[in-house]
Design a protein around this ligand. Structure first.
Ligand SMILES: [Fe+2]
Ligand SMILES: [Fe+2]
Ligand SMILES: [Fe+2]
Length: 392
C-alpha cells in the first residue's frame, strides 16, 4: 500500500468540475421533462413518485450549481453537454409518451447518474474534496431510491461513465424541448372523467363566509375528499407545467414550483389514505372533471399565478381553517388535523404567486396585487372564471 504522501488527491479540480457539469446537464433535463410529463402520467402512484422525485432533483441541481460555483468561479462551467451526453438527452427529450419517457429517464439517465456518482465517490479525495463527497453521497442515495420506486429492472448498469465526458465551454446553453400544450391531464383508466365532475359536490363547499358548508356526515365526506384529491392532483400538474413551459424563468422559480408540486401530490396522498382508512372509499369511486383546471391553464404564466396561487389558494386558506375549527368542535380530530397541515402548506403556495407574479411585473408587488384584483373581477363566488380567456 502506498503511504499517504504518495497517494494522489483523486480528481483535480477541473476533472471534478467537469463531472459536476455532466450531472448538471442530466438533472436539468430530468427536472424539465419530468415536469412536462407528470400531468400525462395516468397512474396515481407513478404520478406521486414523479412529483416527489422532481423536487429531489431540483434541490440536487441547486446543490450541484453551488458546488460548481465553489470549485471554479469565475468560469464557463457547466458549459454545454458533449455530443455523447446529448445522445442520451435527446433520447429523453424525444420520448413520445409518459411511458417512453420514464423508460429512458429511469432505466438509463438516472442509472447513468448513479454509476457516475458512485465512481466519483470512490475516486475523490475524501478530505480535500469532502464537500463533494457529502453532496454526492446524499444525491446518489436519492437517485437509487427513485429508480427502485419506479422500475423493477434498470436495463443498463454497464460501467460507462457520463461523468468522464468532456463539457463544451463557451457555447450557447442547450435548448430544452417544450412539449405541446396540454389538452387535459391523464387519470388512471378506472377513474371516470366527465364534463361536470362529481355532481354530488355543491357550490356551498367552495364559497367563503357564512354560506360555507363543512361536510360532516360520512357520505358527504367521501365525495368531498375524493374531489379534493383530484383538485390536489390538478394543482400539482399546473405547477409542473408552469415550470416546464417556462425554462426562461430564474432557477429559484423552478425550485419553488417543484416544492409546490411535491406538496400538492403529498396532499393528494393524505386524502387517498384518509379515504381508505377513515371513510371507506377509494380513488376512482366518483367521477372527476377538468373544467376548473382548463380555465386556469388557458392563461399565461402571470394569469395562472394570479388566479391559482393568488386567488384559489389564498381563498382556500380561510376554508381550511374554518373546516378545521368546525371538525374539531365535532370531535373529528383526525380529519381536522389534515386541514391544519393543508393550511400551513398553503401559505408558501400563496407566496409563490406574490414572488413570481411580482417578478414578471418588473419586481412590483403592487402591480401584482392590482393584476390579481383585475382578474378576480371575472370570477364567480366559488372562484371559477365566468368567461374563458383567449388562449395564452
Ligand atoms: Fe394542496
Ligand atoms: Fe390548495
Ligand atoms: Fe396548495
Amino acid at each position: 500500500m502506498k503511504s499517504s504522501s504518495e497517494r494522489p488527491l483523486g480528481y483535480d479540480v477541473d476533472a471534478g468540475a467537469t463531472r459536476f457539469s455532466n450531472y448538471f446537464h442530466a438533472l436539468r433535463e430530468l427536472v424539465h421533462l419530468t415536469n412536462g410529463w407528470l400531468a400525462l402520467e395516468p397512474s396515481w402512484p407513478r404520478k406521486y413518485a414523479l412529483g416527489d422525485h422532481v423536487h429531489d432533483d431540483a434541490r440536487a441541481l441547486t446543490k450541484i450549481k453551488r458546488r460548481l460555483y465553489e470549485l471554479r468561479t469565475p468560469s464557463e462551467y457547466p458549459g454545454s453537454p458533449s455530443p455523447e451526453l446529448e445522445q442520451l438527452l435527446d433520447r429523453m427529450a424525444g420520448a413520445d409518451s409518459a411511458e417512453a419517457y420514464l423508460d429512458v429517464a429511469y432505466r438509463e439517465a438516472k442509472v447513468r447518474l448513479v454509476v457516475a456518482m458512485r465512481t466519483h465517490i470512490e475516486n475523490l479525495d475524501p478530505v480535500a474534496d469532502e464537500p463533494s463527497l457529502r453532496l454526492l453521497t446524499q444525491v446518489v442515495q436519492r437517485q437509487e431510491r427513485h429508480i427502485a420506486e419506479l422500475v423493477d429492472a434498470p436495463f443498463d448498469w454497464s460501467s460507462y461513465d457520463i461523468g468522464d465526458y468532456p463539457v463544451r465551454l463557451r457555447r450557447e446553453p442547450r435548448k430544452l424541448r417544450i412539449l405541446p400544450p396540454l389538452v387535459e391531464p391523464a387519470r388512471d383508466d378506472y377513474v371516470e372523467v366527465t364534463e361536470r365532475g362529481d355532481p354530488y359536490l355543491s357550490r356551498e363547499l367552495y364559497v367563503n363566509g357564512p354560506e360555507n358548508h363543512v361536510p360532516i356526515d360520512p357520505e358527504e365526506q367521501r365525495h368531498f375528499f375524493h374531489g379534493l384529491m383530484d383538485a390536489e392532483l390538478s394543482a400539482a400538474e399546473l405547477m409542473a407545467r408552469n415550470s416546464h413551459e417556462h425554462p426562461e424563468m430564474p432557477w429559484d422559480f423552478h425550485v419553488d414550483m417543484a416544492r409546490q408540486t411535491w406538496d400538492e401530490v403529498r396532499h393528494a396522498k393524505v386524502h387517498d389514505l384518509l379515504m381508505r382508512d377513515e371513510l371507506g372509499c377509494a380513488w376512482g369511486d366518483y367521477p372527476v372533471g377538468f373544467s376548473y383546471f382548463k380555465s386556469i391553464y388557458a392563461h399565461d404564466l402571470l394569469g395562472r399565478l394570479c388566479l391559482f396561487n393568488g386567488t384559489s389558494e389564498q381563498r382556500a386558506m380561510w376554508r381550511h381553517s374554518h373546516r378545521r375549527k368546525r371538525l374539531m368542535e365535532l370531535g373529528q380530530e383526525r380529519i381536522a388535523l389534515v386541514f391544519d397541515y393543508l393550511l400551513a402548506d398553503e401559505v408558501p403556495h400563496v407566496h409563490n404567486g406574490v414572488r413570481w407574479g411580482s417578478y414578471l411585473l418588473g419586481g412590483s408587488e403592487q402591480a401584482y396585487r392590482d393584476k390579481v384584483r383585475e382578474l378576480r373581477a371575472g370570477l364567480d363566488d366559488t372562484g371559477v372564471p365566468t368567461e374563458s380567456p383567449a388562449p395564452a
